[in-house]
Design a protein around this ligand. Structure first.
Ligand code: ADP
Ligand code: TRP
Length: 321
């Protein structure tokens, strides 16, 4: 089955991205025909500087490769190296009703958060539909925040097929819900836009500093504490097995344990979990030519698939005949 997903290079990847998306991508590549890309066209909707978009794209590539993305098996590329998607995006735009996009919540949310209301941001779901449909993707693993975009993709594909024949494959969404939302060090959703992340490969010193700074309530050491209202416990749970979770839960509820102890344990867990990938990440950092080559090879493989779909679509709508 063809599994496709994209991740925006909008900043350094963090443990929310890992548990909410990357881990499942890496797992799914083993059994399926994985197609993963770095959505740099999409990232332009927030108008980053040229230097930022370029360096973040490479960072995302290195993070994925360090964590085990297998570029032999999985097709891994930079979205903008397959410009066919922008043409398909236009062709799909012409059959996409305004109302469908006006109903999309992510545009409204992003504008409410202060992003400029540019046309790219509004048309973002159509480009995402083109990403998915151009590769005949069957399964699209995404976080719950992306569910609406997959529904829009299916709607657009159905409209296209109704008008021009059964050309586009309707994808199934695959909502990654094994981890609901990873909390950040300020208790809100961990997000690059909130400056509350623990990055996957930041220095051990910095991981420690951030975790030790997590704000807790002022329950004294000896008193019982509520694990379900504690960010440290929520983060610890990501790294612990069932027995360890039960043990921490008991210690919170019993009292006699200070938050400092839980914080120290969390620092240890984060460092231990990502530690084995650090050497590989550092090696890639020293060999960006290799990373660029992986992306170029991926783009070539992706383009071959994209060109086929695009040519069918162009013919169907009456272009180039
Ligand atoms: P950010 O909010 O940091 O900009 P993105 O919106 O680029 O992250 O998310 C990329 C992927 O990571 C999406 O699939 C999203 O669902 C997942 N993700 C991001 N933050 C979290 C989080 N805090 N918890 C769980 N999943 C997350
Ligand atoms: N919009 C997605 C996000 O912000 C990224 C993305 C772009 C994507 N194109 C895609 C995800 C196609 C899945 C399939 O997370």
């Amino acid at each position: 089955m063809r599994v496709l997903s994209g991740i925006q290079p909008s900043g350094r990847l963090h443990i929310g991205n890992f548990f909410g998306a990357m881990r499942q991508h890496l797992e799914l590549q083993k059994e399926h025909d994985g197609f993963y890309f770095i959505a740099d066209y999409h990232a332009l909707t927030s108008n980053p500087s040229a230097e930022d978009i370029a360096s973040r794209t490479l960072d995302v590539a290195m993070d994925y490769l360090a964590l085990g993305l297998d570029p032999e098996k999985t097709v891994f590329w930079r979205q903008s190296d397959v410009p066919e998607v922008t043409e398909l995006c236009w062709l799909l735009s012409c059959i996409t009703p305004m109302g469908l996009l006006q109903r999309c919540t992510s545009y409204k949310d992003k504008v409410a958060q202060g992003m400029s209301a540019n046309h790219g941001l509004f048309a973002y779901p159509v480009l995402q539909a083109a990403d998915i449909l151009i590769f005949d993707s069957e399964l699209v693993p995404v976080g719950a925040d992306q569910k609406q975009h997959i529904e829009v993709t299916r709607d657009i594909a159905q409209r296209f097929n109704n008008s021009y024949g059964e050309i586009l494959v309707l994808p199934k969404e695959h909502i990654i819900d094994s981890v609901a939302v990873v909390v950040g060090i300020d208790g809100r959703k961990m997000s690059k836009s909130y400056d509350n992340t623990i990055e996957l490969f930041e220095s051990e010193k910095s991981v420690k500093k951030k975790i030790m700074r997590i704000v807790t309530d002022s329950t004294p050491v000896e008193e019982p504490k509520n694990p379900s209202r504690c960010s440290i416990f929520a983060l610890l749970k990501l790294f612990c097995d069932k027995d360890e979770i039960a043990d921490w839960q008991r210690r919170y509820l019993e009292g006699g344990m200070g938050y400092g102890e839980a914080k120290k344990a969390l620092v240890g867990k984060v460092i231990e979990y990502f530690g084995p990938y650090r050497a590989k990440r550092a090696e890639l950092q020293e060999d960006t030519d290799y990373v660029r080559k992986v992306l170029a090879d991926g783009a070539e493989r992706a383009r071959a698939v994209a060109a086929k779909t695009l040519s069918k679509v162009r013919y169907a709508v009456g272009l180039g005949r």
